[in-house]
Design a protein around this ligand. Structure first.
Ligand code: XMP
Length: 517
């Protein structure tokens, strides 16, 4: 394992993904984890991420010097680089030498561990206010820019390396190469982490965890739960029953499609539970997003408990037998819900933060350490078809978090129609693979004046939120062709009653999240 020490912002996740792209397993740990605990994980290397603080600020996160004295190779990036410089006796100052964005880096030592084989001039992405003006003793400066004399340094003997810039971002042209040089050459790691290993490891773990008991799996129709279910089915076969909860918050035709595609691909027996009545009454009168998420999470579990009872009764076994609940929780869900990294809670994902305290199942979460693109690779490895693996993400709470305001049956019907039109037009235009997903949102609490037919209308706006993304952690709004947008707008305002306006969300993430709630 390579540990990525998280100094804030979301650089750590991107770094962790880049390390995995180099076929080395990585894990994110919070910067306040004691060094002894980090070392107890026996890391092959440690990376110190960037972060928003100044090393001088009061309460700025720091790191114990012991980290650099344990013989474990360390790579500091941006804030991590400055911290390393400061802790080891170099000079970091606030001289006004700041750089943001594209910067030209001049490599002064071509034969360095990090830069070998990369050009002597390369474009990197910087974001810093403080700068290192003198490297610690024993370190060699390997690169500089017009503004900062020490933009990279290394101490080969102690296996300590650092760069002022962000090698993990795409705009740093040789960033991945530099990172791989650190992993392979600096730390001597052999890249051998593959999805085949993940599958084998998980199969063994699941079999050991479940033994002869039985598990149920909530299938949402999304990639994550489908891959989790297929993985668990491969491990324990008929001991698994899948339950599909129709919470009434699904898109048009979705339930039928899931039944058809998934059963055809896996042969798993699927129990479909119609629970829309129950979800809608629990949601009545609620407009607060966090509350909606909590309610939906709670009802999910309740429905599973009922399904469990029924499955047990049908099987004629005794109730203790069905002890496990499989969930398709992903690494970003875990990190964003504040699980294990100390980062801020941004939203309660219904399958993590939204779980009630009195849950009676033991969880099986075989994808808990994986990013989305890795889950797709696992799906491929398991032989799932593209219709399942390449599906665009859809949130567990469904349309419930795409109605801004109270969720009612009428509003759901309206949103379902608008969403079906948008999806049909995007598919017809061949844009499904280009966009990551396109939430369609009903602003139910907003009215706007329109003129339709001969009269004044007072209807609701529909928001289109097409985004491109690599992992949903960051996203940009998709520049869709105007004629496609035009067709969607005309059709929605013509065909969906009570909607007299269609608007386009042109916000990236951050600052906006992908979903509106
Ligand atoms: P946000 O809105 O946080 O969404 O930028 C990031 C990605 O996660 C999906 N999403 C969810 N998925 N349960 C899920 O399974 C949830 O509670 C949930 N909330 C958001 C969202 O569609 C996007 O792909």
């Amino acid at each position: 394992t390579v540990l990525v020490v998280d100094f804030g912002a979301q650089y750590a996740q991107l770094i962790a993904r880049r390390v995995r792209e180099a076929r080395v397993f990585s894990e994110i740990v919070p910067s306040d984890m004691p060094v002894a605990e980090m070392l107890a994980k026996n890391p092959a290397a440690i990376i110190l991420s960037g972060g928003p603080s100044s090393v001088y600020a009061e309460n700025a996160p720091s790191i114990d010097r012991a980290l650099f004295e344990a013989g474990v190779p360390v790579f500091g990036m941006c804030y991590g680089f400055q911290l390393m410089a400061r802790v080891l006796g170099g000079t970091v100052d606030n001289s006004g030498a700041r750089e943001y964005g594209r910067t030209d880096l001049a490599v002064s030592k071509a034969a360095s561990t990090l830069f070998e084989g990369t050009p002597s001039e390369q474009v990197v992405w910087m974001s810093h206010g403080d700068a290192c003006s003198a490297a610690p003793e024993g370190f060699e400066v390997t690169a500089s820019t017009d503004v900062v004399p020490v933009a990279a340094f290394e101490n080969d003997e102690r296996k300590l390396f650092g760069v002022q810039y962000h090698p993990e971002v795409m705009h740093s042209t040789h960033g991945q190469q530099v990172l791989e040089h650190f992993l392979y050459r600096g730390a001597g790691i052999t890249p051998n982490w593959t999805m085949t290993n993940v599958v084998d490891e998980q199969l063994a773990l699941i079999r050991e965890q479940v033994g002869t008991k039985r598990a149920i799996c909530g299938l949402s129709g999304g990639v994550d739960s489908a891959v989790a279910a297929a993985l668990v089915q491969k491990a324990i076969g008929a001991q698994l029953t899948c339950v599909y909860v129709d919470h009434g918050l699904m898109r048009k035709g979705e339930t039928e499609q899931v039944e058809k595609d998934f059963v055809a691909a896996t042969g798993i027996q699927l129990k479909v539970v119609d629970a829309s009545e129950r979800f809608l009454s629990a949601l009545a009168g609620v407009s607060d997003p966090e509350q909606k998420r909590k309610i939906i999470g709670r009802e999910f579990i309740r429905v599973f408990e009922q399904a469990q009872a029924e499955i047990v009764a049908e099987a004629g076994a005794d109730g203790e037998d069905v002890a496990f609940l499989v969930q398709g929780t992903l690494y970003p869900d875990v990190v964003e819900s504040g699980g294990g990294t100390g980062t801020a809670n941004i939203k309660s994902h219904h399958n993590v933060g939204g779980l009630p305290d009195d849950i009676e199942f033991e969880l099986i979460e075989p994808l808990r350490k994986l990013f989305k693109d890795e889950v797709r690779m696992v799906g491929q490895e398991l032989g799932l078809p593209d219709e399942i693996i390449q599906r665009q993400p859809f949130p567990g709470p469904g349309l419930g978090i795409r109605i801004v305001g109270e969720v009612t049956r009428d509003r759901l019907d309206l949103l379902r129609e608008a969403d079906a039109i948008a999806r049909a037009e995007l598919t017809a235009a061949g844009l499904d693979r280009e966009i990551w997903q396109c939430p369609v949102v009903l602003l139910a609490d907003v009215h706007s004046v329109g003129v339709q037919g001969d009269g004044r209308t007072y209807g609701h706006p529909i928001v289109l939120r097409p985004v491109s993304s690599e992992d949903a952690m960051t996203a940009d709004w998709s520049r869709l062709p105007y004629d496609v947008l035009g067709r969607i707008s005309t059709r929605i305002t013509n065909e969906v009653s009570d909607v007299n306006r269609v608007v386009l969300d042109i916000t990236s993430k951050p600052p906006g999240t992908i979903e509106w709630e």
